[in-house]
Structures are given as C-alpha cells and as structure tokens.
Design a protein around this ligand. Structure first.
Ligand SMILES: [Zn+2]
Length: 361
C-alpha cells in the first residue's frame, strides 16, 4: 500500500509569530498550492487529512502542567512577562495571541498523521506544520511551543512500540533527545550543523548535539548525533546519512518510523550554513519511503519560502510514489571541489565515526 496523507488546514498557515519573525507558517500555503497544481491530491492514493486538536493530556505527555498554564495565559495576554517559560517578545519564541490554540492544532495534526499510519489506513502521513523539536518540558525554545514530535514518539512508546525518530532538520533535535535520553524504546538520530560558525564566532543553535551525547542508563547508545560541520554540501550530507541511518535502523528494527524533515538544511536557507540540495533530499527521503515501517512525517525548520515550497512538495510526491517534475529541483546546487572538498569530507568522516561509535551494540 502506498497511500499517503497530507495534513492540511488553513488555520495552521495563517498565524504570525511576529511580523519580522523568520518562521512564516504561510509557507505551507505554497506547498499545498504547488501540490494541488501538480494534481497530487487527485491521485488515487492521496488523502488530505484535517488535523484534530491535541488534548491537554497528550500535551502533558511531554510538558509540565505549569508550562501549559503559562502558554494558555500568554495566548490570552501576550503582553505579559513569560521569559521564565522561554517566551519573550523580541526573542526567538515570542508570545502571540492564540498561540495555545494553534499549537494544539499543529500538534494535533501530527497525532492525526500518527493515528492514520498506526491504524494501517495509510502507509505514511505528513504534517508540515509539525516537527517543533526544540520545545522542552518546561520551556519554549527556537520557535517551538509544544514538542509534537516528542509527544508522538512518547504516545507510540506508551503503546509498547519501538520508535525510531530521524531528524534531518539543520538544527539538533534537542527537545526530542532530552525527552527520551534515558530510554531505549525511542531511538533518536539527528543529523545537524554543529559547532562554531566561523564568520560569526558563535556556536550554532541550540549548541547541543555532539556525538558524545549518547543517552544515559538504559538509553545509553540510543541518542545518536551526526554533528556536521558548517558548509556540508549535498554530496557529503548524503554520504553521512547513508553511513549512519540505514544501518542503525536495520539494527534497531523499530515498529514505527517518525521523521522530522526540516528543510533549513537547504543551501538557500538564510538561517543556517548547511548546503543540502533538493537532489540530496530526494535521496534521503526515498530511503524513508523504501523502508518497511509505518511512517509518520513532519516538517520543521525552513526559512527560504522557495526551498520549502519546492522540497516539501517533492517529498510528498515521493511519499505518493509519484513522478517528480524537474521544476521542483534545484537547477544548479553548489558542490565543493579541491581543498575545500577534502576539508569538508574529513570533517564529515569524523562526524560519521562519532555517531557510529556512540551507538549501542
Ligand atoms: Zn531548524
């Protein structure tokens, strides 16, 4: 069965964090409209899914009740002071009116996708408004309010399933890693930019995600970090993915695959320094599609409106097993040569060795 679900509701594509904020939920309209124009939703295996609202109990699978109360208060009165909860007007994650309600819907979309996949009604379902992987138990972080990937993984684990979470956003999936750091029931694998940004002389957000963060206790070896250097190009990224992800998934043998597909790793993205191409993403996402496990897919970061539109459209077509029109691909993606090629390859080799060396045996 190849049926694929696309979670869609205009209500998750119209809220505004702040006028100058890089995360623009309206980016999803471009994905939806491109897929519609290409006839994707008219294909017999395509389903458009309406997100449900997450319940408070589901949110509290990961978040403290006090934090949910604070978000509800900020949602009603965004002018207050919520800095202790990671929300600040000029920070990464500003309070805004209605933030609680829309976050219940972005999380609920991931849970709708999860239920359709677990029931066997669909092979895969994609919630582009989800993938908010930085939110922590008691604080918002990095544009993320409720951690829908962690909530979904937690609820799947509660059903006794072994969960493999693979995060291909440019940033470390720190909130999800933290939630499952001491358990072997959720394997987290994150490929991300790591370390100092040379020209800015500051570490890349969120600063975690070194290979030696490998889990603790029963979870030792089940948090895997592929800490890539800035300016990793598509060829090197693809090599790192192939060396780490398929072998560890085969070794782990999950019951369900959960992916966070942030596209801020793309070379056009204004917030990051990875140089992933649409071609490299096609390679990676086709491997998820070729796997045999039920697959819950989410969006994540992505701050180039055009890269988001093209690549997530392409990725849903891959989920459908549909052909990919050339217009969705990068025309001329960058690729290193010469000394720079050798430098990037050596640093990526070290990232691969670190990740594989950290894994359980
Ligand atoms: Zn990101």
């Amino acid at each position: 069965m190849t049926a694929a679900g696309f979670v869609w509701d205009p209500r998750v594509a119209t809220h505004v964090y702040r006028d100058d904020h890089p995360l623009k939920p309206k980016r999803l309209i471009g994905v939806h409209d491109t897929l519609e124009r290409l006839g994707a939703f008219a294909r017999p295996d395509a389903r458009v899914l309406t997100p449900r609202t997450a319940t408070r109990t589901e949110i509290e699978r990961i978040h403290d009740s006090d934090y949910v109360d604070a978000v509800m208060q900020a949602s009603r009165d965004p002018g207050g002071d919520y800095t202790e909860w990671g929300l600040s007007a000029w920070g990464d994650t500003p309070p805004f009116a209605g933030m609680h309600e829309v976050s219940l819907l972005t999380t609920g979309g991931t849970l709708t996708a999860m239920e359709e996949v677990i029931s066997g009604r669909l092979r895969v379902a994609f919630n582009g408004s989800g993938g908010l992987h930085h939110a922590m138990r008691r604080n918002a972080s990095g544009f993320c309010i409720y951690d829908d990937p962690a909530i979904a993984c937690g609820l799947l684990a509660d059903r006794g399933m072994k969960v493999a979470y693979v995060d291909i956003d440019a940033h470390h999936g720190d909130g999800v890693q933290a939630a499952f750091y001491e358990t072997d029931q959720v394997l987290t694998i994150s490929l991300h930019q790591y370390g100092m940004i040379p020209e800015l002389r500051r570490p890349f957000f969120p600063g975690t995600g070194a290979a030696n963060e490998r889990g603790r206790g029963r979870g030792a070896g089940y948090s895997i970090n592929v800490a890539l250097p800035p300016y990793t190009d598509g060829a090197a990224y693809q090599r790192a993915f192939d060396a780490v992800v398929p072998p560890l998934l085969e070794r782990y043998r999950p019951d369900v695959l959960v992916t966070q597909q942030g596209i801020d790793s793309h070379y056009e993205d204004p917030l990051t320094h990875l140089m992933v191409s649409s071609q490299a993403r096609e390679h990676v996402v086709k491997q998820f599609a070729a796997s045999k496990w039920p697959w819950v897919a989410m969006g994540g970061g992505g701050y180039s409106m055009d890269a988001v539109r093209r690549v997530w459209s392409m990725e849903f077509l891959i989920m459908l097993g549909a052909p990919i029109p050339a217009e969705l691909h990068d025309a001329d993606p960058p690729e290193w040569t010469g000394d720079r090629r050798a430098q990037v390859d050596a640093a990526v080799d070290a990232a691969i060795a670190g990740a594989l060396g950290a894994a359980w045996t």
